[in-house]
Structures are given as structure tokens and as C-alpha cells.
Design a protein around this ligand. Structure first.
Ligand code: ATR
Length: 284
């Protein structure tokens, strides 16, 4: 790769950002598309995101994906936001048009749905209630996307019940929030359960839910992708459920980001999933 004054720059901003797989995905697409561009990880200090984003106004850098812990701040800083980002109260994509504005979007939610449609073909979000475990940044886009996709009920279950209730209030529509104590009733007629907590990262125990309360046809998804098959997904598979992994969601949220940065869809002749699996140390 050679870099010149004409090279387009985009990236991902987080704290920490070192282990992000987004550079693997975007730089593979850039190379395959033959673009003069580069995608850079930006390690932004915890209290430095506003200064960082403000400095990018005008578009010297095309845009950035936003990850932990800046997704809510990213939305607050924007001048214009997509409907889903507004509903979620969080943005994972900022672009910087030449007019100096900051435009925020949320591609996490659609990325999650695309991953589910890919790995659980035929899943219909309108057919049954959905359950989201967790009420942090990762849960926001998921809840908003499921409401917009027509889920008859979106039940947010969180260790801290008030946070789940607060998120339900932000997202609105057919959304409600509960503590973990209520999870069995929430699962009883659900068609989808998504782990949006950080539990299970690094191989630890996942959310402790009773899969016996969940209809066998329900799909189970984990946003955690390190390891690829979390203990939560392994337990779901053992209970007979179709499962969807977080790596597919990561790749799917990246595609509209790439298009927003570079004005073209990512090439489809590069196997970014295998590249990510290699980076994770898993044989594809
Ligand atoms: P993110 O942006 O990744 O969602 P976050 O905002 O810190 O990060 O949210 C982490 C989520 O995982 C929250 O829903 C959190 O529950 P609380 O709101 O009660 O803190 C959940 N979580 C983290 N550790 C947990 C644990 N040990 N048991 C249950 N839930 C946990």
C-alpha cells in the first residue's frame, strides 16, 4: 500500500481500539476495490471524543466508525442524524461533508438484522416478540432496528432494570424494559434472543438464561465474537436453537459504512470473514 496526498482516509475511533477488526475488513475491501484509500484505528482518549470529532469537520477525513465508549456522544455531537440513530440514541458512523457538518448514522441495527437473515434464513422479525439482553451501547441499535423492522414486542432485559426501562423509553414503540428476574416470562413466546451484554467476552460465562423457557424455533444471537462460538451460543445450540454470531454482524455493519466513506459498495469477491477469523486466530 502506498499513501499519497490524494489518499482518502477513514477509520474507527474507540477507547480502546487496538483490537478492532474493522481495519482488517475495510482495508481488505479497499485493496480489492483498488481504491487509493486507507482505514486507520484512532485511539481517542476517554474525554477526547468531542475535540476529535470537531477537528474532523470539513472532510479532510471522510468519516469514522465509532465504537466503545463513544456511540452516544457521537450522536449528541452530530448536526444531522439518521432516523435509526435518533431512535437508538447512538451512532456508530460519522461522516464529515465538505459543508462542515457532522452526519450520524447507526448501521449496527441493520447489520444485526442482515447477520440474522444470513445465518438464520427465513427469520421473520414481525412474527414473534424479541428479547435483548443488555441495555448498553450495543443494545441501542438492536432495539431500534427491531422496532423499525416491525417486531410486535421488544423486551429489554438488563441486570440494572432501570437502565432497561430507560432504553425502552428512548426507543419507544412496542419496547419494554425488565430486570433479569423477569426473563423467563419474556422468553416464553419469543422468536429471537440477542446477547448485547459484554458477558462471554474472552470465553467467560454468558448471560444466565433458562433456554428451557424459550420456544425451540427461536433464533439465538450473540454480539460477542471473541470467541466466535461463545458459551451462550454453545448452550443455545445444545438446546436445539439456530444461532447467529457477532462476527457476521460486525461485517454487515461495515458494508454501509464503506459505502458512506467511499461512495461505492464493498467488492463482493473478498472473503473478509476468513480474514477476520485468521486475525482472531480461528482457522476459517
Ligand atoms: P456496551 O456499549 O458494550 O453495551 P456498556 O454500555 O458498558 O457497554 O453495557 C454493558 C452491558 O452488559 C450492560 O447491559 C451491562 O449491564 P448493567 O447495565 O447492569 O451494567 C451488562 N453487563 C456487564 N457486566 C455484566 C454482568 N456481570 N452481569 C450482567 N450484566 C452485565
Amino acid at each position: 500500500m502506498s499513501v499519497s496526498g490524494a489518499t482518502l482516509v477513514a477509520g474507527v475511533a474507540g477507547c480502546p481500539v487496538t483490537h478492532s477488526l474493522s481495519p482488517v475488513i475495510h482495508n481488505a475491501w479497499i485493496a480489492a476495490a483498488g481504491l487509493d484509500a486507507v482505514y486507520v484505528p484512532f485511539n481517542v482518549p476517554q474525554d477526547g471524543f468531542a475535540a476529535f470529532a470537531t477537528a474532523l469537520r470539513g472532510g479532510v477525513i471522510k468519516g469514522v466508525n465509532v465504537t466503545i465508549p463513544f456511540k452516544e456522544t457521537a450522536l449528541e455531537l452530530s448536526d444531522l442524524a439518521g432516523q435509526l440513530a435518533e431512535k437508538a440514541g447512538a451512532a456508530n458512523l460519522l461522516t464529515f461533508p465538505a459543508d462542515g457538518s457532522i452526519v450520524a448514522r447507526n448501521t449496527d441495527g441493520p447489520g444485526m438484522l442482515d447477520a440474522i437473515f444470513e445465518q438464520a434464513p427465513g427469520y421473520d422479525p414481525t412474527a414473534a416478540p424479541t428479547v435483548i439482553l443488555g441495555a448498553g451501547g450495543a443494545a441501542r441499535g438492536a432495539a431500534a432496528a427491531l422496532v423499525m423492522a416491525g417486531s410486535p414486542a421488544v423486551r429489554i432485559i438488563n441486570r440494572t432494570a432501570e437502565r432497561a426501562v430507560g432504553l425502552a423509553r428512548t426507543v419507544g414503540g412496542a419496547t419494554s424494559g425488565f430486570g433479569f428476574g423477569d426473563h423467563r416470562a419474556a422468553l416464553a413466546d419469543a422468536g429471537l434472543v440477542v446477547n448485547a451484554t459484554s458477558l462471554g467476552l474472552g470465553g467467560g460465562a454468558g448471560p444466565d438464561i433458562d433456554f428451557g423457557s424459550l420456544p425451540p424455533a427461536a433464533v439465538v444471537m450473540d454480539m460477542v465474537y471473541k470467541p466466535l462460538e461463545t458459551r451462550f451460543l454453545a448452550a443455545a445450540r445444545a438446546a436445539g436453537h439456530r444461532t447467529v454470531d457477532g462476527l457476521e454482524m460486525l461485517i454487515r455493519q461495515a458494508a454501509p459504512s464503506f459505502e458512506a466513506f467511499f461512495g461505492q459498495a464493498p467488492p463482493d469477491d473478498v472473503d473478509v470473514r476468513s480474514l477476520c477469523l485468521q486475525a482472531l486466530g480461528v482457522a476459517p
